[in-house]
Structures are given as C-alpha cells and as structure tokens.
Design a protein around this ligand. Structure first.
Ligand SMILES: Nc1ncnc2c1ncn2[C@@H]1O[C@H](COP(=O)(O)OP(=O)(O)OP(=O)(O)O)[C@@H](O)[C@H]1O
Length: 305
C-alpha cells in the first residue's frame, strides 16, 4: 500500500525549475531515500509534499490526503524534521517538547521519548547547549511527538560525526521497525545504501532512477572488474578462452578484466591452473552505488556534495 504518491510534481523559483516532473510512490512501512547532490531539489520536493511550499504542477497525496487542502488533518499524522531548524536561544529541551505537545490532539509522552533517545538528563538544558547529534535527536523527538505514521527527515545526519551518524541510523531503523514510513533525503551514499528500502536518485530536479539499491546498481548496467597480477603474457589466451569480456587491459603486471559476468573469475582461476600460469593478488570489484550514480548522472560522487 502506498502512503505517499507524487505525480508529475513541478516547482519553479522565479522561472527556474527546481523540481522537474517528479513522480514516485512510497510504500507503507518502508524507508524511502532521496539521494542527490547540493541543489538537486531534495528539500524543495519535501517542502512541496508536506504542503510547506506551493507546487506549480502535479499531484501529491499523503495517506490519501492532498497537503494543499487537508493541511491541518495531515499535520496530526506526519512528523517533519527540516534541514534548517533554528530554535530559540533561550529555550530548554522540556519547554520545546511541551510546546510541541500542546500542538497535537493525542501527543506521545515526550518524557518517554527523551528517555528512549538517551536525553532525559538533558531535559532542563538549553537546546543551544546540546551537541549537534543531540540536537538532531531532539529534532526526531519533536517529529515523533504527534505519533506520526510518516516521518520526513531532511538530511538528518549532515554535519554529524561518524559515531552520531551511526546512532541516528539505528534510530531511523527503529522507527521503521515500529511500522512507520520514513521519507528521507541524504547526501551520503553509504547512508542511503544502509537504510533505504527504495532509493531515488535526483539530479538537477529530475529523477535519474528509483529502485532498491541492488536494482539501482543493476539498472546502471556496469561491469564487474576482476584484477590480478602476472608476469606472463596471458592477454590472448584469456581473450580466446573466456567468454563475456567487455574489455581487458594490461598495466605493467596488472591485468584488468571488465565483464558483466561475476562468475568469470571461476573460469579465470581454472584457466590459470590448467595452463600453470603464476598469478597473485586476484581481486573482484563489484559495482556500487557510487558507480551507478556516475553512470546514471554523468557526475562523480564527491561524498558530501
Ligand atoms: N527559496 C528559493 N528561491 C530560489 N531558488 C531556490 C529556493 N530554494 C531553493 N532554490 C533553488 O532550487 C534548487 C533546488 O534546491 P533544494 O534546496 O531543493 O536542493 P537540495 O537537493 O535540497 O540541496 P541541498 O542538499 O543543498 O539542501 C537549487 O538550485 C536552489 O538554489
């Protein structure tokens, strides 16, 4: 069952198209990740979906409701963490939580949420005194107070250290395991690969692909690379005896074989054994999300883009 449906979404800023005919659906109880570089249109997509920004074209349904028309109803059912949330300087954690609690009809008990996220002893601290990771946990807690069915997380872990990022990942998984649906955006490929059931690669406002991680990699149709070292002249032999090679190259003693056939390595090892060819450092490199991103968008992934 789809809990988010977006069809042909378009958003322009002063004539510049930030989100260009974007369509996708998100299944109940899944983690859906939107992955793309700076300025790809991720935040704008979230803001249009939840009704914070007016879309120029297209249809959006969240739990069957149109955020443009059923704004109020939806706010009790979704939780949102936006990228640039600034809190009042002189507000304490419990005050902020109480403020959010007062906004909903059936809020969750914020104290148990603070407990769950290991922040109960920070209850009386000023939000401004919390670490980056703790502030992001507060953002999740605030998004959870309405006991939402769907949670929108916009670059939840940007700027966090690796340990805090890992902690946030576990939090997000837990939320999914409770049956909630997560829509998240991220710059981090390993985050998308670790968390997301479905991933959507967006670039310059357009979707390059939507699939599972394995599906995205498969869709990109990239060769596996098998490398090894030998001092012997084997190029002709390999070309003659082994099928399915897209490309083979030699750099000094290193041979690189590109192929769609992962089992090519088995044939290769048998061939070398039969012909008594000495080799070392045999290795297989399967394509990853990074390679798929490059193939699908023509851009190199620079980690935190
Ligand atoms: N309020 C605005 N007015 C004009 N242009 C905007 C506005 N907000 C975003 N844009 C532009 O729209 C495009 C998409 O921006 P958006 O913030 O949605 O991208 P993003 O993928 O979330 O990027 P980032 O990862 O840097 O947050 C960018 O070119 C951006 O400059």
């Amino acid at each position: 069952m789809n809990v988010i449906e977006v069809n042909n979404l378009v958003k322009k800023y002063n004539g510049i198209t930030a989100v260009n005919d974007v369509s996708f659906a998100v299944q109940k109880g899944s983690i859906f990740g939107m992955l793309g570089p700076n300025g790809a249109g991720k935040s704008t997509t979230i803001e249009c979906i939840i009704g914070l920004k007016k879309r120029d074209n297209g249809e959006v349904r969240i739990l069957g409701l149109d955020p443009k028309l059923d704004n109020r109803k939806l706010y009790d059912m979704i939780g949102v963490q936006l990228q640039e949330t600034s809190y009042q300087d002189k507000i304490k954690v419990y005050e902020l939580c109480e403020l959010f609690e007062s906004m909903y009809e059936n809020p969750l008990d914020y104290k148990s949420l603070l407990e769950r996220f290991g922040l109960i002893e920070k209850s009386k601290s000023y939000v401004s005194q919390l670490s980056g990771g703790q502030r992001q946990k507060i953002a999740i807690i605030l998004a959870l107070i309405s006991n939402p069915k769907i949670i929108f997380l916009d670059e939840l872990t940007t700027g966090l250290d690796p340990k805090s990022r890992r902690e946030m990942w576990e939090c997000v998984k837990e939320l999914r395991n409770e049956g909630r649906t997560i829509f998240m955006t991220t710059h981090y490929m390993e985050e998308a690969a670790y968390l997301c059931d479905q991933i959507c690669i967006i670039d310059e406002g357009k979707i390059a692909t939507i699939d599972t991680i394995d599906g995205v990699i498969e869709h990109a149709d990239i060769d596996t690379l098998i490398t090894f070292e030998t001092k012997e002249d084997v190029m002709d032999l390999i070309n003659e005896e082994i099928s399915g090679i897209s490309r083979i190259e030699k750099h000094n003693d290193t041979i690189n074989i590109f192929s769609k056939r992962e089992d090519l390595i088995t044939d290769l090892v048998i061939l070398m054994k039969d012909k008594r060819i000495k080799y070392k450092k045999i290795n297989i490199l399967r394509p990853g999300l990074e390679d798929a991103f490059l193939k699908l968008t023509g851009k190199t992934w620079k980690g935190e883009m």
